[in-house]
Design a protein. Structure first.
Length: 161
């Protein structure tokens, strides 16, 4: 699990990206943004609901996997005094709960990364489109300004060195 600083950074980056997305000019971009945010919001809600609804079943599967792993044959020779009890019920239960919670956290983090990636792509495309539109709009004006730059008198006929 990431530490608090990474979590805070991720949340801040996501919030700032959503703020940049809201500044998009075209209605089509705004519609695409709403569609992305709504789609991931629905998927997040669905995952949260399934997590809480199926927690007991997921826990049983994780516990069974932990028990199977603890019961697997280990060929390495350890003295009984230095070994640990592979079938400690409290330890297996805690590990199974932790496995289920980490699996859910990984799913939620994947959804968050996917949403951020889609929004970032949308913003980059919109900004690139905006910058090329501004560039092409100003280019003819600049060319006309250079062509009509007439100086009077001696300045007009100076040679370029």
């Amino acid at each position: 699990m990431p530490n608090h600083a990474e979590n805070l950074k991720r949340v801040f980056n996501r919030a700032s990206l959503r703020k940049r997305v809201k500044a998009l000019i075209r209605p089509a971009d705004a519609e695409k943004t709403r569609e992305i945010i709504n789609r991931y919001g629905r998927e997040t809600h669905k995952q949260e609901t399934a997590y809480h609804k199926d927690y007991a079943a997921r826990f049983k599967l994780a516990l069974q996997a932990r028990i199977d792993k603890a019961g697997a044959k280990d060929i390495t020779l350890k003295h009984r005094m230095f070994g640990s009890d592979n079938f400690d019920k409290a330890a297996l239960t805690r590990a199974a709960h932790r496995d289920v919670q980490h699996d859910h956290a990984r799913r939620m983090a994947h959804l968050e990364r996917s949403e951020t990636q889609e929004l970032d792509t949308l913003v980059a495309t919109a900004e690139q489109r905006q910058s090329t539109r501004i560039k092409t709009r100003d280019t003819p004006k600049e060319g006309f300004a250079r062509a009509t730059n007439r100086r009077g008198g001696v300045e007009r006929r100076q040679r370029k060195r």
